[in-house]
Design a protein around this ligand. Sequence first.
Ligand code: F6R
Ligand code: MG
Ligand code: MG
Length: 362
Amino acid sequence: MSKITLSVIKADVGGYVGHSASHPEVLAKAEVMLDAAKREGKLIDFSVLACGDDLELIMTHTHGTDAEVIHKLAWDTFVEGTEVAKKLKLYGAGQDLLADAFSGNVKGMGPGCAEMEFEERPSEPVIIFMADKTSPGAWNYPLYKIFADPFNTAGLVIDSSMHEGFTFVINDPMKNKRVKLNTPEEMYDLLALIGSHEQYVVDTVYRKDGFVAAKASTQKLALIAGKYVGKDDPVMIVRAQAGLPAVGEVLEPFSFPHVVSGWMRGSHNGPLMPVSFKQATPTRFDGPPRVIAAGFQLADGKLIGPRDMFDDPSYDRSRAIANEVADYLRRHGPFEPGRLPHGDMEYTTLPAVLEKLADRFS
Ligand code: F6R
Ligand code: MG
Ligand code: MG
């Protein structure tokens, strides 16, 4: 079989109610748009999901990554979704569409995007993670655990096809640079960078034979817009099994609700709570940040699924810990580290407030 491309493109085109969820009519519009594209032969298959106020388009096709036809389809779907959102006066209609018109690729225009092209294996399990109320650095911790931590992924020790380790591609979004690091040899260097999850974000993970294993969206809205316009709410694709981490090893890091940037006004630290599709509705203090996991088996590009992977009692404890941590962090109110550190506040609405005080200092 020839190569297929898996594209996950997402945007917040309007919230219901506030920034807490997506309206069924917006999702229905996206279904109609992508179904028409499938009939025209542009797509092999698709799945429309929502995480909080983000509309998630999962698409398979044969046009390769960064294909204009697919990016335009996603953009047009977001534009149509925005029209529905405007009609219902949903909150922040068209929030993530930062450009007036489409110009070739959604990257740099507001939507988040993770794509990979590969030859489908005899059986191809993939997990698509989608988060709300956080930024792309939220994937640094789980990607490290999945592909570099033998205490998480037994296969790194036991499976000879993974024993050589993986290569991480890390972006520096502020400087628009990237670096490749190999694990396990350069594991400490990797951690020295990706522990700073707002400065360095993992973009891609390869097996050392060049096999692409994971791809994350790394777009930062504030850097595109030059001001705070909502959090990036990233997505990532992880392939699993047969020489890659098993599905259970891919999901295991989320048994610990690690603290991420985002939550209320994109200005707070909060636990990343793994939830079912139904519970992907950040309400308390506009959060806490959520992550859903949609599992698919690919069959000649057809998306067999989604399976709602966190709809499972084995994640109840992680959710309970997340609620404890949420209580603890909330008690800080406007103080760090409940609120983000000063440097990260540069990308929020705080600078406009501080500006007014500038003359008062002597
Ligand atoms: C966080 C988020 C929300 C809003 C908050 C204020 O990513 O989207 O927490 O920042 O609800 O929203 P506005 O300023 O639109 O009233
Ligand atoms: Mg929103
Ligand atoms: Mg969102």
